[in-house]
Design a binder for this molecule. Structure first.
Ligand SMILES: Cc1ncc(COP(=O)(O)O)c(C=O)c1O
Length: 375
């Protein structure tokens, strides 16, 4: 099927662009010996896990279901971190995962013996309390009052027995200078205990696949921790695996006037790209311009009842009309995994564009997908 023939709304993941990102990540692990696993929370299109598994060492999960998906569909090293685990899910998590990272000493004390008895590795998430982000408190695990990781004040060295590694995740779409400053703080605060451990996980948020990302500095950071402390370094990026590797195609349904021209689309910020409202950010749209750049301005709105269901204001060379197809970029990460059916909105289809440019629909959704989640 051609791209232009796909039904809308539809997410399209570009296989060649995913592979381009994977090659960049694989280069880092080849040159440094670090291990890189996919953070499934950002990208869970498991149809591509066999391809991803050719370049990465495995997957990481946010809980039982993602852990099971990584186990079933990737079948390589399987990691999990959750803010807290439930007693009744721990046996299955232990069966599925190689690394189980706890968010507190109380949880590691509760489950550590069981994990070790099964021959699996126990990790502890630390919080270095070193914020490197500005303006995005909801994406800053080092923000005041954050529930993520053990701070130095609450660190209990006497409970480290059986814990073979530390995990931190403090970055979001950042470069390696922020990683370097974070590692300096970690060494200053937790350096005493690093030599007795086997591995350290640098979490995600490394925008490694971005063109201007400083890869040599990342590799210097990895080598430093591996050489000085004898640690195996892990990275668990999500975004970097699928950055700029997906699209969302949508159709203009109607044009409304209210002090400006408003195009109503068959997609929705609230249902199909919630990060547009949460981050917030303005998704790239092919063929459009910034305000004032092109003659025809439209506010692009979603097809739900939410007044704020607005994707953004864009300009165009020609007036828009019903039936026009618009293509948003960078839609593979987070948007696809965060969709919902608020208002009974149809979920977008999911397609792959292969290396020859041919498209194949992987999943289509209908009324039952909406109904089955309601009581
Ligand atoms: C613990 C953990 N690891 C990895 C990631 C992946 O981050 P990113 O997709 O920004 O690389 C996240 C994102 O929230 C996370 O919370």
């Amino acid at each position: 099927m051609k791209f232009s023939e796909l039904p809308t709304p539809c997410f399209i993941v570009d296989e060649a662009l995913i592979e381009k990102n994977l090659k960049i990540l694989n280069g880092v692990s080849e040159r440094t010996g670090c291990k890189i696993v996919l953070a499934q929370k950002a990208f869970s299109m498991y149809k591509l896990y066999p391809l991803i598994g050719e370049y990465l060492d495995g997957a990481t999960a946010s809980g039982l279901y993602e852990a099971r998906l990584g186990f079933e569909e990737m079948g390589k090293e399987n990691h999990v971190f959750s803010p807290a685990y439930r007693e009744e899910e721990m046996d299955e998590i232990i069966e599925l995962c190689d690394h189980i990272v706890f968010n507190s000493f109380s949880q590691s004390e509760q489950f550590k013996d069981k994990v070790l008895k099964a021959g699996k590795r126990v990790g502890l998430r630390i919080n270095p309390e070193h914020s490197t982000q500005v303006g995005h408190a909801i994406y800053d695990p080092c923000a005041v009052g954050s529930r993520f990781g053990v701070t130095l004040e609450h660190f209990k060295p006497e409970l480290l027995e059986g814990i073979s590694g530390l995990h931190f995740h403090t970055l979001c779409q950042q470069d390696s200078d922020d990683l370097e400053s974070t590692l300096n703080v970690i060494e200053a605060k937790f350096g005493t205990w690093l030599p007795q451990l086997e591995w350290i996980n640098f979490g995600g948020g490394h925008h490694i696949a971005r063109e201007d990302y400083d890869i040599p500095l990342l590799e210097k950071c990895i080598n430093h921790m591996q050489d000085k402390y004898g640690l195996q370094v892990y990275l668990e990026p999500g975004e970097a695996v699928a950055l700029n590797a997906g699209y969302m195609v949508t159709t203009v349904l109607d044009i409304q006037q209210n002090g400006m021209s408003i195009a109503i689309l068959d997609t929705s910020a609230a249902c199909h790209m919630p990060d547009v409202l949460e981050m917030p950010y303005r998704p790239p749209l092919f063929g459009s311009g910034e305000l004032g750049e092109k003659p025809y301005m439209y506010r692009l709105g979603g097809n739900t009842c939410l007044t704020g269901d607005v994707i953004g204001d864009y300009t165009f060379d020609q007036p828009l009309k019903s039936g026009d197809r618009l293509v948003f970029g960078d839609m593979a990460i987070y948007s696809m995994v965060k969709t919902n059916t608020f208002n009974g909105m149809a979920l977008p289809s999911i397609a792959i564009q292969d290396k020859n440019g041919d498209c194949q629909i992987v999943r289509q959704f209908g009324y039952q997908d909406f109904k089955m989640r309601l009581g």
